[in-house]
Design a protein around this ligand. Structure first.
Ligand SMILES: [Zn+2]
Length: 276
C-alpha cells in the first residue's frame, strides 16, 4: 500500500515536471505569478499599491494630464481592444485577479508607457504617435503588462521595505506613508533581469494573438534607426542595450516557434487620428 502511494507520488511529481518544461516555460522562464513574492504579498496588496499610485497620478494633472475617456472614446476603444487582445492570450497569470485598466496621458513629448502593480496601465500619446502599427504598441503593452504580471515592483518593494513593514504600510491606511510608497513606485527603475524577462513575456503573451510576437523588437529597432536609443526615452532608462533587447526578443520568438503575425497598419492610423 505504502509502495503504491509512493509510486502515485512519483507519477504526480513527474506530471508536474512535464508541465514545467512546456515550450513556453523553456523559452521565457516559468510563469506562476512572480516566484517568492507570490507567497508573501497577495494580489490585492498589489492592487492597493497600484491604487495609491493612481491617487498620486490623479492629484498631479500637470505631470499626468489624463485624456478624458468619454470625450476620446474612439481612442480608448482602440487602446482597450489592444489591451484585451493581450489579456485574452491565456498567458497572463493574473488576468482575472488584477485590474488591467488603461489611461492615456496627453504628453506628446514622452515616448513611454508604464503599468503599476495590480495592473493600472498608462500610455503616453507621444509613444502612440511615434509607433507605426498596432503590433508595435501591443509589444510595448505586453512588456508593461509583464512587469505587473511578473510582480517586479512588488518584488522590489519587499526588498526595500521588508515584508512586514510593506504589508503594514499597505494595510495601515496611513496616507502619507502610502504617498511615499507610490512616489517610489513612480520613480522605480527595474533591474536588467526584470527588463529582459518583461521582453520575453511580451513575446509569450503575443504568440497566441493575431499580432507578431516581436512587436516590442520593432519599437527598439525604430529607436535605434531614429537615433533615439541614447537613453533619452524613458522606456530605455534602464540598463539593457536596445540591440541586446532586439536579440533577446528574436531569440525568444524563435524558441517559442511563433508565427509571423499581422501589424494592422490602417487600424492603427485611425487610432492616431482619434487623438488630440
Ligand atoms: Zn520595462
Amino acid at each position: 500500500m505504502k509502495k503504491l502511494l509512493y509510486s502515485a507520488l512519483i507519477i504526480m511529481s513527474l506530471a508536474s515536471c512535464s508541465k514545467d518544461s512546456s515550450p513556453e516555460d523553456k523559452c521565457t522562464g516559468k510563469t506562476g505569478g512572480g516566484g517568492l513574492v507570490n507567497l508573501l504579498v497577495s494580489p490585492s496588496d498589489d492592487i492597493a499599491m497600484g491604487q495609491a499610485t493612481v491617487n498620486s497620478i490623479d492629484s498631479n494633472k500637470t505631470e499626468y494630464p489624463i485624456l478624458d475617456s468619454t470625450q476620446y472614446n474612439v481612442a480608448y476603444g482602440h487602446i482597450n481592444r489592444i489591451t484585451k487582445n493581450i489579456l485574452n492570450s491565456g498567458e497572463v497569470y493574473y488576468k482575472d485577479k488584477f485590474v488591467w485598466r488603461v489611461r492615456i496621458i496627453k504628453r506628446d513629448d514622452i515616448l513611454n508607457a508604464f503599468c503599476t502593480p495590480g495592473g493600472f496601465i498608462y500610455v503616453y500619446t507621444g509613444l502612440i504617435k511615434y509607433l507605426d502599427n498596432e503590433t508595435q504598441l501591443a509589444g510595448v503593452l505586453g512588456h508593461e503588462i509583464a512587469h505587473a504580471d511578473r510582480r517586479h515592483s512588488a518584488n522590489q518593494m519587499v526588498k526595500q521595505y521588508g515584508i512586514s513593514t510593506l504589508l503594514s504600510i499597505i494595510s495601515g491606511g496611513n496616507q502619507s506613508q502610502l504617498a511615499t510608497l507610490s512616489a517610489q513606485l513612480l520613480l522605480l527603475k527595474y533591474s536588467r533581469e526584470d527588463e529582459t524577462e518583461a521582453d520575453k513575456f511580451s513575446v509569450r503573451y503575443l504568440k497566441p494573438t493575431e499580432y507578431d510576437g516581436r512587436g516590442a523588437k520593432y519599437f527598439f529597432e525604430k529607436l535605434i534607426a531614429t537615433g533615439q536609443s541614447g537613453g533619452t526615452p524613458a522606456f530605455l532608462s534602464t540598463h539593457p542595450d536596445p540591440g541586446d533587447r532586439v536579440a533577446n526578443i528574436t531569440q525568444t520568438w524563435e524558441c517559442l516557434g511563433s508565427k509571423v503575425g499581422l501589424t494592422f497598419d490602417t487600424r492603427y492610423a485611425q487610432f492616431k487620428t482619434s487623438l488630440p
